[in-house]
Design a binder for this molecule. Structure first.
Ligand SMILES: NC(=O)c1ccc[n+]([C@@H]2O[C@H](COP(=O)([O-])OP(=O)(O)OC[C@H]3O[C@@H](n4cnc5c(N)ncnc54)[C@H](OP(=O)(O)O)[C@@H]3O)[C@@H](O)[C@H]2O)c1
Length: 284
């Protein structure tokens, strides 16, 4: 891994608070040019004032295709190129699958998955024309292995990961890099402000999803992850010659990956004698 000293042009979604805000601030502080976006760009006025030459702000709700197009075009018009696109905008939905409404499920996928794919697809012609770029998606520990009570959120993040894995292969011929960031719990507005909750809690899920929802409540403000240190790690990946496909953030998520790999290996070994010999036998 070696760092490139070149100044980068970033577009980051969801910069009003949390990880997006920390990343925009850190990139600006190192001298990069940043298109900082938010649903309410007034929340970014201080960044624009502090970095008048290198920060542009755009209104961007990832569910609004016209805003996505305008933000991408505005970034290239202002800075001449786009080096790093960060799909950070997102929010959790806590509740068992049965407890969440159809509208809540659709909305969560629309923001966490389809919105991110929309932003990526809109940026791809620019990356192809430049013959390079870097797509970074903020995924979640729920996409490593999911929790009872996070079925929809984990599914949306894992769907995004599936598309991004393929994109990494599809974009390689024109120099595109792709990184999926898997954060553990970070101290942001994720629980207090951004978390949606199932509309119809059911007693049968009290010990699973209900317990998880209560646990999340106790974690607010106590998450061990520091957004500034997450931003530094993401910048290290963005400036590396060979960035990782997955960047796992924090001790919790790192341990979760290790435990998940071990459990998968054990299950594969235990069931390979059953699932393995399923090709046609020779001569058939
Ligand atoms: N913090 C954690 O523990 C954690 C762990 C794993 C993954 N993540 C992921 O990290 C990302 C950032 O979350 P965070 O922790 O920094 O929480 P946050 O402080 O609540 O920030 C979430 C950001 O997403 C924005 N957003 C929500 N819906 C949007 C939409 N439709 N269009 C554009 N922006 C939208 C919010 O904007 P508004 O201000 O307009 O609502 C806000 O700027 C999310 O994708 C989240 O799933 C967080």
């Amino acid at each position: 891994m070696s760092d490139s000293p070149a100044s980068l042009v970033w577009l980051i979604t969801g910069c009003s608070s949390g990880l997006g805000r920390a990343l925009a601030s850190a990139a600006l502080a190192r001298g990069d040019r940043v298109a900082a976006t938010a649903r309410q760009p007034a929340a970014l006025a201080d960044l624009a004032a502090a970095y008048p030459d290198t920060c542009r702000t755009f209104a961007l709700d990832v569910t609004d295709p016209a805003q996505v197009t305008a933000a991408l075009a505005g970034t290239v018009a202002a800075f001449g190129r786009l080096d790093v696109l960060v799909n950070n905008a997102g929010y959790g939905l806590v509740g068992a699958l049965e407890e969440c409404s159809e509208a809540q499920i659709a909305r969560n996928f629309e923001v966490n998955c389809f919105g991110a794919l929309r932003v990526i697809r809109t940026a791809l012609p620019q990356f192809r024309a430049q013959k390079g770029g870097h797509v970074i998606c903020i995924s979640a520990a729920a996409a490593i292995a999911n929790y009872a009570g996070f079925s929809v959120y984990g599914a949306a993040k894992r769907a995004l990961e599936g598309a991004a894995e393929a994109l990494a292969l599809e974009g390689r011929p024109f120099g595109l890099k792709v990184t999926l960031v898997q954060p553990g719990p970070f101290r942001t507005d994720f629980i207090a402000r951004s978390l949606d909750r199932a509309t119809t809690p059911l007693p049968d899920y009290e010990a699973t999803s209900g317990k998880f929802a209560r646990f999340l409540g106790t974690m607010d403000g106590k998450q061990p992850g520091d957004p500034a240190r997450a931003a530094a790690a993401i910048i290290a990946a963005a400036t590396a010659d060979r960035p990782p496909l997955r960047l796992v953030l924090g001790p919790y998520a790192t341990d979760k990956v290790r435990r998940t790999l071990t459990a998968s290996q054990r299950e594969l070994d235990a069931w390979a004698p059953v699932g393995g010999p399923t090709d046609f036998t020779a001569g058939t």
